[in-house]
Write a protein that binds this ligand. Sequence first.
Ligand code: RBF
Length: 166
Amino acid sequence: MATELKNLSSYDPTKVASGKGRRVGIVYAEWNDEITYALRDGAVKTLIENGVEENDITLASVPGSFELIFGASQMVKSGNYDAVIAIGCVIRGDTPHFDYICEGVTAGLSRLNVEYDVPVIFGLITTNNLLQAQERSGGRLGNKGDECAVTALQMMSLHFDNAGSK
Ligand code: RBF
């Protein structure tokens, strides 16, 4: 998560693996769309800047963050992607739903990472208010979508054989 000391969009392009020939699925939630669309667009831009072809990026929307689990699962199981980025935004209100949704999405996406060989990148912004979400989706603290794209590029280049060497 972004802090005063970490801008989510700052990375050294010379240290990021090329995305040439990689296929990436991005599943994003429609809930809090002002935020999730900005995150999605940041991820797409950063992937393309690092060599991923626009035609090799597939976008799929789901109603809310809870549905990211099913959406990401479908993308992973299709075998069509080298990485899947899941993007959502949950803003704390006066309801325990915040915790239920955050915990559910975290557990669901974690499970996909353990069970399948396609990296699923956690692009769920969880904030106390809208301003904090805006700051992390293209505002003062950068764009977590950029960070997700860089993470996807790094994870797609991380394949080990059975002996454990790269
Ligand atoms: N989905 C989000 O992506 N972000 C939210 O902040 C959010 N808040 C919700 C609050 C309540 C009270 C409910 C019932 C749902 C919320 N959802 C939110 C939608 C949720 O992720 C999911 O789409 C629905 O619960 C249907 O499965």
